[in-house]
Design a protein around this ligand. Structure first.
Ligand SMILES: [Zn+2]
Ligand SMILES: [Zn+2]
Length: 184
């Protein structure tokens, strides 16, 4: 049986501060109307001189798109998929969808509106299933720094080869191991 309205309110009223923040963020991440209402309530209170107790810097995670703070980031805080959402051929709605009329099935709008009609190609799970990857949340700055680190050429891959070979090495995304195997 679902508890009464009053009982639900009493439970919500008794929630600890940190959990309240997490729940509020979850609600606001899933629902833009709630986000707008929460934001407007915050602006209203600020205009009345009520400042937030602990001004903190929140970031948006590049893996899972959720909002996080470094103080509450752990190795298991972030769940995401590393692959792409592919249309599920067994999904009824797609059977009635003509891409020539309705546009591509694998559009961002469809992925948002019908996540249950997609399969993650990283783990073959449903579009609505929680992420198969677990990690720390990652800020846009951290992602940029990581990408810069990965794209930096190592000096070892650039010695003693002709121009053509260097060019072909740069084409491959991970060409270094191939070169190391050639020992003759
Ligand atoms: Zn996955
Ligand atoms: Zn995350």
């Amino acid at each position: 049986m679902v508890p009464s309205h009053q009982a639900q309110l009493a439970s919500v009223a008794a929630v600890k501060e940190e959990l309240a923040r997490t729940i509020l963020l979850d609600i606001c991440t899933q629902d833009t109307i709630s986000l707008t209402r929460a934001y407007e309530a915050l602006i209203l209170r600020e205009s009345q001189g009520i400042k937030p107790e602990t001004p903190m810097e929140w970031k948006v995670c590049t893996n899972c798109s959720k909002i996080f703070h470094d103080d509450y980031n752990t190795d298991t805080a972030c769940h995401y998929h590393m692959g792409e959402m592919e249309p599920d051929d067994d999904f009824d709605v797609w059977a009635d969808t003509d891409e020539r009329i309705h546009g591509p099935i694998a559009s961002e709008e469809n992925k948002e509106e019908f996540p249950e009609g997609f399969i993650w190609d990283c783990c073959d799970k449903l579009g609505t299933d929680p992420g198969c990857q677990t990690s720390r949340h990652e800020s846009p700055e951290e992602t940029l720094a990581k990408e810069a680190e990965e794209s930096r050429p190592t000096s070892a891959s650039r010695t003693g080869t002709g121009a053509a070979e260097v060019a072909s090495l740069e084409v491959g995304s991970d060409a270094q191991p191939v070169k190391r195997q050639r020992t003759e």
